[in-house]
Unconditional design. Structure first.
Length: 268
């Protein structure tokens, strides 16, 4: 599908029903975001979103296992990429040139087995990584939410994210650690790890952590992403992607839920 230079400002949610679509060219439009139902395009192999006004990329893009080419060049307001992109197992090319707000990439991209071409502006060689080692501990609400993910949907507007190291959930409180990586083409790229706790302080400490947890199975970056239910009048509901359906089901099924139920685990 080629819809470039059409002054498009948004895409309909129904685009997720085009399950046989393989190529989607939307460059040179005015798109600020793409709908979460993009995860329904399970046969998509190429997306070109260059020269738009993207401010975010849907985390549901991580469900596109067959996606090989992703172009995001010249999106001047794009400041971060979702960690769920670590689920793009077939991705071979990622282009994010001329995205000045994009300072770091999620460390989950380092785990992609087929990513060979990463087009991004190189970091200055003299840049020194100075991560702030001081951080506030998670709040009591955050601690409880990590233990009771289903009930946490009433207090947090979004689903949890998996820790970049151990895969355990976090909501709003995380520890940021950065790493400067030199690519085969000599490009220096800054990657960010978002951790549920301070698993390491520097790069040597990170290596010790990796070796001490070498037997740990890789975690699924999509494990906490809830499904999307597209309900349209006179039509049956369609469910798109998601690895944690119980979050949305719980919100609908128990509207009379009380905070005491969420916090009762503290008293034990």
């Amino acid at each position: 599908m080629y819809r470039s230079k059409n002054h498009l400002e948004q895409l309909p949610d129904a685009i997720g029903s085009l399950i046989n679509l393989q190529v989607l060219h939307l460059q040179h439009n005015q798109l600020a975001e793409i709908p979460d139902t993009i995860c329904g395009l399970v046969n998509l192999t190429e997306i070109d979103l260059a020269h738009n006004q993207l401010t975010r990329l849907s985390p549901y893009i991580g469900h596109l296992k067959k996606l090989r080419l992703l172009y995001l060049n010249h999106n001047y307001n794009l400041s971060n990429l979702p960690i769920e992109m670590g689920g793009l197992e077939g991705l071979t090319t990622l282009a994010v040139l001329h995205c000045p707000q994009l300072k770091t990439l999620p460390a989950e991209l380092l785990q992609l087995p087929n990513l060979r071409r990463l087009k991004i502006a190189s970091c200055p060689q003299e840049q020194v990584i100075r991560d702030d080692l001081t951080h506030n501990p998670p709040s009591l609400l955050e601690i409880c939410a990590r233990q009771r993910i289903k009930d946490a949907a009433y207090y947090f507007p979004h689903s949890p994210k998996p820790c970049s190291a151990c895969g355990k959930p976090y909501f709003e409180s995380y520890v940021s650690r950065r790493r400067l990586v030199e690519r085969p083409d000599s490009t220096l790229v800054m990657f960010e790890y978002r951790l549920c706790s301070a698993h390491w302080t520097d790069d040597q400490d990170r290596m010790r952590y990796i070796f001490s947890h070498s037997q740990q199975q890789p975690h699924d970056v999509l494990q906490f992403l809830p499904p999307i239910v597209d309900q349209q009048p006179h039509r049956s509901s369609r469910i798109y992607g998601g690895a944690h359906p119980s979050i949305e089901e719980e919100k609908i099924a128990t509207p009379s839920w009380r905070p005491q139920r969420f916090l009762k685990g503290i008293r034990r």
